[in-house]
Design a protein around this ligand. Structure first.
Ligand code: ARG
Length: 413
């Protein structure tokens, strides 16, 4: 019998999928679960897969790989989608896809399956990654194919002796890994509703956060964080520390109406304490070490990079090219940033770098000033010349703002 590798979370959907795929497609189901830092013990999940009827169940700790090959490059790139989302889920999908395809090859499976619905971005990321890595693998997405609602799934589970997970059922749809947690659906679907307190699991309410701020010093080498308060740390541990500290001070909550790739706007809540602290600090170090022109161009690249990740195009040529730029761009992003975490806010209060372009002797208003004040005069003359000429010849009298025609409100636009 042919085999299929199913991405298995241990929840109701993918548990029902084990049985459903076996029946519907006449395949032997092998499950695959990756630990990307979602704070769960995977052994019970492995056992559960076997109980439900998987012929084999694989779990793997992919946290290190996730951080080194996905999270750090995205941090170096300054990747944030729509100024709100540090792409935790979007970064995890290509890694899970890659590991699943590897496993499929190892065990000679002819298909892979995932539990994404037909309305989200994740189906796109999985499908596009898998079809790129191995065009011959068949892709099965049970939740896109079956027409069961939640109650019908529960009935299906009961009928086939699939134990319903005992965890209390969340009123939301969530996804998490060490880089962030997303919460959608339920009462949040009305974009007017303030998120209830039970939405948040990683961060305290900023209003009840400690009255005393926390300070932390983050060291970077080539744009990658390497130490906290002088203590060198492995990436996974470093993120975990900032996760705890940021969360305790209410840092990293975001409430965002997001444009999905498939055309829907969706209301998303994010908790991203470590990502918020690290992106804030990283950007601050770039202001010290990149030139004005590099900063300007890097912003364009950050934007393109974030979009590429969001859209599921990790295994693209564009990614390789943007990455090459980023690696060169980050060469001098070395140094330390001190941040202050206080009641939901993450403020940069200090930055230093041996590779800084910021020079006190140029910036100072004190007596050590080395800046050539005379040179400013000629520079300003030429900088203003074009505008001065145009105003004289074409623009007429200058006012505080350009005079614009007023749009007629009755005009059908
Ligand atoms: N909106 C985010 C994204 O598209 C989070 C998606 C969360 N996925 C989930 N299955 N709940 O990347």
């Amino acid at each position: 019998m042919d085999k299929v590798v199913l991405a298995y979370s241990g929840g109701l959907d993918t548990s029902v999928a084990i049985k459903w795929i076996a029946d519907q497609y006449n395949l032997e189901v092998v499950t695959f679960t990756a630990n990307l830092g979602q704070e769960r013990d995977l052994e019970p999940i492995r056992r559960r897969a076997l109980d439900v009827g998987a012929v084999d169940a694989h779990v793997t700790d992919a946290r290190r790989m996730f951080v080194d090959q996905f999270v750090w490059p995205a941090l170096q790139a300054g990747a944030v989608y729509e100024d709100a989302y540090y792409l935790a889920t979007a970064l995890g999908r290509p890694l899970i896809s890659w590991l699943m395809v590897e496993l499929a090859h190892e065990i000679g499976a002819t298909a892979v399956a995932h539990g994404s619905t037909g309305k989200g971005n994740d189906q796109v990321r999985f499908d596009v990654s898998i079809m790129t890595l191995d065009p011959d693998l068949k892709i099965i997405a049970p939740m896109r194919e079956w027409s069961m609602n939640r109650d019908q799934e529960i009935a299906y589970a009961a009928e086939h002796g699939i134990e319903i997970p005992v965890t209390k059922e969340s009123p939301y749809s969530t996804d998490e890994n060490l880089w962030g947690r997303s919460i959608e659906a339920g009462i949040l679907e009305d974009a007017w509703n303030e998120p209830p307190t039970d939405v948040y699991e990683w961060t305290v309410d900023p209003a009840t956060a400690p009255d005393k701020p926390a300070y932390v010093e983050i060291a970077f080498e080539h744009g990658i964080p390497t130490a906290l308060d002088g203590e060198p740390l492995d990436g996974v541990d470093l993120i975990q520390r900032l996760h705890d500290l940021g969360g305790a001070h209410g840092v990293g909550r975001t409430d965002h109406v997001e444009n999905r790739l498939i055309g829907i706007k969706s209301r998303e809540i994010y908790e991203q304490p470590a990502a918020t602290v690290l992106h804030t600090a990283h950007r601050a170090l770039e202001t010290m070490t990149l030139s004005r022109e590099q900063e300007r161009f890097k912003r364009l690249v950050s934007h393109e990079y974030a979009r590429m990740v969001y859209d599921g195009l990790w295994f693209s040529g564009l990614h390789r090219e943007l990455s090459a730029y980023i690696q060169i761009n980050q060469k001098n992003v070395n140094g330390s940033v001190r941040v202050k975490l206080y009641k939901g806010d993450c403020a940069v209060v200090g930055r230093k770098s041996d590779d800084a372009l910021y020079r006190e002797e140029l910036a100072t208003y004190g007596e050590d000033d080395t800046f050539d004040h005379e040179a400013a005069i000629g520079f300003i003359k030429l900088h203003g010349l074009s505008q001065q000429t145009q105003a004289r010849l074409q623009l007429g009298a200058a006012g505080p703002a350009p005079v614009l025609p007023r749009p007629d409100n009755d005009d059908p636009a």
